[in-house]
Design a protein around this ligand. Structure first.
Ligand SMILES: [Zn+2]
Length: 428
């Protein structure tokens, strides 16, 4: 059973999927990093206005912002939804979406001549799309499901609500942001664009039922090591080789707390770069952990190691610069369970089995949560994100429309009848 207009969802998704909105990491100091994002942001703004929202494009942040005003007399705190305009760092030139109607569950030909196929033997999750309208790329570019499926879902919800004025809801804010894939979208979001919004959701990957409110806490450590370069012929007792000092530092990092030995709820240290000469060396190490105490213990470990090696070698040869990148959404949400319960209640109302995951990364929601709006992550449908095998089905986007609409209705109902503030369950 479909919820909304599948034809609208298919056309809208394909229209935006074709636009090259790849973000450019090397231009991250520009807002946004690539011109395609401005074009699409302004186009979305226009579409929001056509649907009937108060909408504008924030030139400072490159967010397209829309507000669908409340249609009830009750005082309902506004709710927000986010999805991002940019696509991942993969070829996005000349994207040609392919529509496979009534998908038969078998191997999908992307480009016969080039021998490119999407095969359920390799990607078993595809099987669950049987009978649906499957959309893929032609195998030479990504498709942009992440996050144009999310954008399409939000537009579908807004179209649905404006077409059905009898459905009551409070104010709804939507934000389509830039540069999520390079970590700058949520960071640049201006909460003044979402006045009084108390809770929000991102629509970042995953399938109907997926839900994430736990992400990493993240820091980056830069270690500068000062050596003393002397001509090797006269080096006795004088040379201090920065490479030797660097190796000493590296050898004392916990050997088992690395990404390749971590899963589920484990955290890690990862050396992302190591450059050394005799004269000086530089290390870059990222720290990731879900658990706040373990996270801060990892930061402390690097501080202690730096102090210990400074004592060993003297002359303050090691300088540590530690910077927090983003913090776990859970740190905030554990004290504000309503935003989680509301989504789970909506899933329950629709008979969707929730699948709660820890997200081994960060999202725009990390930054937005830190700015005062708790923002966990729902889903956008599809799979194989960020590469040539990305796919989505129109039916999954339709499910997203239904979930978003139900969250808005449920929020009004619970405003009237009492909020579900039951404490969060631990899922790990
Ligand atoms: Zn994304």
């Amino acid at each position: 059973m479909t919820f909304y207009d599948l034809d609208f969802l298919e056309k809208t998704f394909i229209h935006y999927a074709k636009e090259n909105t790849r973000s450019w990491p090397e231009k991250h100091d520009q807002i946004p990093s690539s011109p395609g994002q401005v074009k699409m942001g302004k186009e979305l703004t226009k579409q929001l206005q056509e649907i009937g929202l108060e909408a504008y494009f924030n030139e400072q942040t490159a967010f397209a912002i829309g507000k669908l005003p409340s249609n009830v007399d009750d005082t309902v705190t506004p709710i927000g939804f986010f999805s991002h305009i940019d696509t991942a760092d993969y070829n996005a030139v000349d994207i040609q979406p392919q529509v496979h109607r009534n998908y038969d569950g078998g191997r999908v030909t992307l480009d016969e001549k080039a021998g490119l196929y999407l095969d359920p033997q390799e990607f078993p999750a595809l099987k669950s799309c049987t009978g649906e309208t499957l959309i893929t790329s032609n195998g030479h570019t990504l498709l942009g499901v992440d996050d144009k499926a999310g954008i399409t879902g939000i537009l579908g919800m807004l179209k649905y609500l404006t077409a059905h004025p009898e459905i009551e809801h409070g104010s709804i804010f939507v934000g389509f942001g830039p540069d999520e894939e390079i970590g700058f979208g949520g960071q640049r979001f201006d909460p003044k664009d979402f006045p009084n919004v108390e809770l929000a959701y991102t629509l970042e990957n995953g399938r109907p039922g997926d839900f994430e409110y736990e992400t990493f806490n993240a820091s980056i450590a830069k270690v500068h090591i000062q050596g003393t370069a002397v001509h090797p012929g006269e080096a006795y007792g004088l040379m201090v080789n920065a490479t030797t000092l660097m190796n000493d530092f590296l050898s004392q990092l916990p050997a088992d707390e690395v990404p390749e030995k971590s899963k589920g709820h484990d955290g890690y240290f990862m050396v992302t770069s190591a450059n050394s000469l005799v004269d000086h060396a530089d290390l870059e190490i990222i720290i990731r952990d879900f658990d706040w105490d373990k996270f801060t213990a990892k930061e402390q470990f690097l501080k202690d190691l730096t102090a210990k090696l400074n004592q060993k070698y003297g002359d303050h040869r090691f300088t540590l610069n530690l910077r927090r990148q983003y913090l776990n959404i859970y740190n905030v949400i554990k004290d504000q369970p309503y935003v989680v319960n509301l989504a789970l209640d909506a899933y329950q109302r629709l008979g969707i089995k929730p699948s709660i995951q820890t997200f081994r990364g960060g999202t725009d929601g990390n930054f937005i949560t830190q700015k005062g709006i708790p923002t966990p992550n729902l889903f956008n449908g599809g799979g194989n994100y960020h590469g040539p095998f990305e796919y989505v089905t129109v039916e999954q986007i339709d499910k997203l429309v239904e979930v978003l609409t139900t969250i808005c209705q449920e929020h009004l109902r619970q405003t009237r009848e009492g909020r579900d503030n039951s404490p969060l369950k631990k899922y790990w």
